[in-house]
Design a protein around this ligand. Sequence first.
Ligand code: FAD
Length: 408
Amino acid sequence: MAEFTLELNDDQKQVKDWLHGFAADVIRPAASEWDEREETPWPVIQEAAKVGIYSLDFYAQQFFDPTGLGIPMAMEELFWGDAGIALSIVGTGLAAVGVLANGTEEQIGTWIPQMYGDADDVKVAAFCSSEPDAGSDVASMRTRAVYDAAKDEWVLNGTKTWATNGGIANVHVVVAVVDPDIGSKGHASFIVPPDTPGLSQGQKFKKHGIRASHTAEVVLEDVRVPGHCLLGGKEKLDERLARARERAKSGGERVKNAAMATFEASRPAVGAMAVGTARAAYEVALDYAKTRSQFGRPIIDNQGIAFQLADMRTRIDAARLLVWRASWMATTGKPFTSAEGSMSKLYASETARDVTAQAIQILGGNGFTREYPVERMHRDAAIYTIFEGTSEIQRLVIARTLSGMPIR
Ligand SMILES: Cc1cc2nc3c(=O)[nH]c(=O)nc-3n(C[C@H](O)[C@H](O)[C@H](O)COP(=O)(O)OP(=O)(O)OC[C@H]3O[C@@H](n4cnc5c(N)ncnc54)[C@H](O)[C@@H]3O)c2cc1C
C-alpha cells in the first residue's frame, strides 16, 4: 500500500518540467498570434509532434500513470502555456479516447495512428457528438445511422455542431442514433475515414476565446462507412442494445451508471486545463502587483490587492486538489459516490473564470488591452464552464448523485 503523498515522483517532475519548458518556450510566445489569426496553429502542433508531445504514446504514458496524476499534470502545464493552442494539441485526444473506450484492438491500431499522422505530416481528429438541438440534452440527438445489410455499410445523416477540429480532421468520430426508442442508450459511435464522400464542414465559428482551436459544424449527407467502422463491432452493439431494451423496461439503472462513471473519469482533465489557465493569469497578476506602483508604493502593498491574490491562489490550489483527487479515484477504480469528477470540473472551471477576471482588474487598464495576456486568458477561461458539460449540468449531476433523486 503506497503512503499518502501529494509530492510528484521523479519521473513526474521530469515530465512536468519538460512540458513546462515547451509551454513557456513554444506555446506561450505563439499565443497572441494564433488567437488573432483564429486558425489552427499547425506549425506548433508539428513542433509538439517532433518532440513527442503530440502522439498517442505520450497520452497513453500519462494515462497509465498509476497515481492518476499524469493527465492532470500534463493538461495544467500545456494550458498554462495557452488554452487555444493547447486545445489544438490535445483536441485529437478526445476522438482518440472515443476509439480507445469503445473500439476493438484492430480499430484502435488502424485509426488512432491516422488521427495523429506523423511529425512530417501532422493530422488532427474530431469527436462529433453535440448537435444544434442536442447540447446538454444528449438524448435528443437526431443524427441517424442506418445499417445497410446488403452492403455491410452504415449510412449516416445529420448535422453535428461545435466539433473541435470538425471538417479539418483526418478522422471524425461521430455519435449517431441507431435505435431512437431507447434514448442515449440507442447511440453508437462510428469512424468516418479520411475523404469519405458526404461529410463536409459547415460553418466555422468565430469565437470569444480559445480562438486558435478550430470549432465547426460537420454536415453528414448519406455518408456511407464500412461495417467495420462501427466502434466495438455489430455483435457487441446488438448485445448492448438488447440489454438496454430489457433494462429500459425495468428502470435502466446499470447502463446509466456506466455512462456516468465515464464522464466522472474524463471531467477532471478539463478541470486541469482550467487550473492551467487560472494559474497563468494569477502569475501575471502577482508579478504585476509587485512591480506596478501607484501612490508611491507597489499596488500589492494594498490589502485590497493582496487579499485578492491570496484568494486567487487559494482557489487555484483547492481546484487542483479536487482535480487530483478525482483523477486518482478514476485511476485506482474508486467509485464516484459524490460525483467527485463533476465537482472538480465545476470548481476548477468557475475558478478559472473568476481568477482571470480578477487578474484583469489587478492589471487595470493594461489588463483590458491585448498588450497583456490576461485579457485573452479571461476570454479563453469562459469555455471551461460550457464544454464537457456546463456548470449547471455539473451541479445537476452532483445534486442527483448526492440525493439519489431525479432532480431536474
Ligand atoms: C469551443 C467549443 C468546443 C466544443 N467542442 C466539442 C466537441 O469537440 N465535440 C462535441 O461533441 N461538442 C463540443 N462542444 C459542445 C459543448 O459540449 C456544448 O456546447 C455543451 O455541452 C452545451 O450544450 P449547448 O451549447 O447546446 O447548451 P444548452 O444545452 O442549450 O444549454 C444552454 C444553457 O442552459 C443550461 N441548461 C441546459 N439544461 C439545463 C438543466 N437541465 N438545468 C439547468 N440548466 C440547464 C446550460 O447549462 C446553459 O447555461 C464544444 C463547444 C464549444 C463552445
